[in-house]
Design a protein around this ligand. Structure first.
Ligand SMILES: C[S@@+](CC[C@H](N)C(=O)[O-])C[C@H]1O[C@@H](n2cnc3c(N)ncnc32)[C@H](O)[C@@H]1O
Length: 207
């Protein structure tokens, strides 16, 4: 009998996760909509680019339309799959002025407060639910964060925010391989240092 590689829930490589999601949960070879296309990093190793490539940053060269991910203009129940890779909490204020060279402090690349993140994530999940057909797939890449000794558990919030429209279909963990653990700056360590992000696979489902 031919041996087929078992798909696991944890990988170091985002392309293994993307291909696993496509194999397990989708008939098509790519997503129909990318709400936060950026530089198209997901499509550098053979996965075809989506038909609808959206991003709020109108300077990006390869997007089909500049728009907020919570207002795509697509018709209701018109697409089969959506991927959403939004910025995460950075608490870096300089992004507002764009006067820093740090990737995380550029325009549109982080939220200063958890309320700001919540508003964008919630409204984008609602928009994805609006444009997806019944049983359509939404994939969200996200990361939890510890700041000022407090854990902001992004992935748990997403599960809450999406439960009105989606059911959880699968969950992958991507391990960070090349992040060096910075030493504790002062005092005793209070939280586990985060070395992973999540890929949440949701399925559109009316309650
Ligand atoms: C983590 S990056 C996405 C990276 C992308 N997946 C890639 O591999 O190149 C987040 C993207 O979200 C975009 N973004 C931030 N706020 C947005 C919003 N309100 N609506 C749409 N896109 C937004 C940013 O411009 C940025 O390109």
């Amino acid at each position: 009998m031919e041996k087929v590689e078992v798909i696991r829930s944890i990988y170091d490589d985002q392309f293994k996760i993307l291909n696993s999601i496509l194999n397990l949960h989708m008939v098509e070879t790519t997503f129909e909509v990318d709400l936060t296309f950026g530089n198209g990093g997901f499509y550098k190793k053979g996965i075809p680019e989506p038909q609808h490539r959206f991003d709020i940053d109108d300077t990006l060269p390869n997007i089909t339309k500049a728009c907020n991910s919570n207002n795509t203009g697509l018709s209701e129940a018109s697409v089969k799959s959506v991927i959403f890779d939004p910025p995460f909490l950075t608490y870096i204020k300089k992004q507002r002025t764009g006067n820093s060279n740090m990737v995380m402090s550029r325009r549109f690349s982080g939220y200063w407060t958890s309320d700001e993140l919540a508003e964008h994530y919630k409204t984008s999940i609602k928009e994805a639910a609006r444009i997806l057909k019944h049983k359509g797939i939404m994939v969200i890449k996200c990361q939890d964060i510890v700041h000022n000794h407090k854990l902001f558990c992004t992935h748990a919030h997403i599960l809450n925010w999406s439960s009105e429209y989606f059911r959880l279909k699968d969950l992958f963990i991507q391990r960070a391989t090349h992040r060096m653990p910075a030493p504790n700056r002062k005092g005793k360590q209070k939280h586990a240092r985060i070395f992973h992000c999540y890929w949440i696979v949701l399925q559109r489902w009316a309650k």
